[in-house]
Design a binder for this molecule. Structure first.
Ligand SMILES: [Mn+2]
Length: 142
């Protein structure tokens, strides 16, 4: 099982490859706001654990195992953003809150949140009902 930090790297590498076709150490460093030497170190560890293949001058590619987990990590992040949006969290807080919790939920919890997101998406009036409750609660808190 990858650690939270390994998950962040695999997730970003997967996204970069999806968006640009490749993931350079400098791009990963920028995306994760870390020093390139930290990226090199982590990439070597991910290579050793068979999530990717890293060749110093040729760049890196995800293995089948790396792609599979990368895809799930990106899905998890997007699902949690969708969940935060549904529950009415302020847009400015969504990214950081998802980054804060995503590594600490079980896959079972992710699946159940998936059910809940589906419940709201299938009938948008459900979101309106939730907003009405929130409006009342907010007024009471003032
Ligand atoms: Mn994330």
């Amino acid at each position: 099982m990858p650690t939270p930090s390994m998950e962040d790297y695999i997730e970003q590498i997967y996204l970069l490859i999806e968006e640009k076709g490749y993931a350079r150490v400098s791009d990963i460093a920028e995306a994760l706001n870390v020093h390139p030497s930290s990226v090199t170190k982590m990439v070597q560890k991910l290579d050793k654990d068979e999530y990717l293949i890293y060749e110093k001058y040729r760049g890196l590619i995800l293995t089948t195992k790396g792609k599979k987990i990368g895809k799930r990590l990106v899905y998890r992040h997007e699902l949690l953003e969708q969940f935060m949006r549904i529950i009415g969290l302020n847009e400015a807080k969504i990214y950081d809150d998802v980054e804060g919790i995503e590594h600490h939920l079980s896959w079972e919890a992710i699946d159940r949140i998936g059910d809940l997101v589906q419940f709201f998406e299938e009938d948008k009036t459900r979101i309106e009902v939730l907003r009405a409750i929130q409006k009342v609660n907010e007024e009471q808190n003032q």
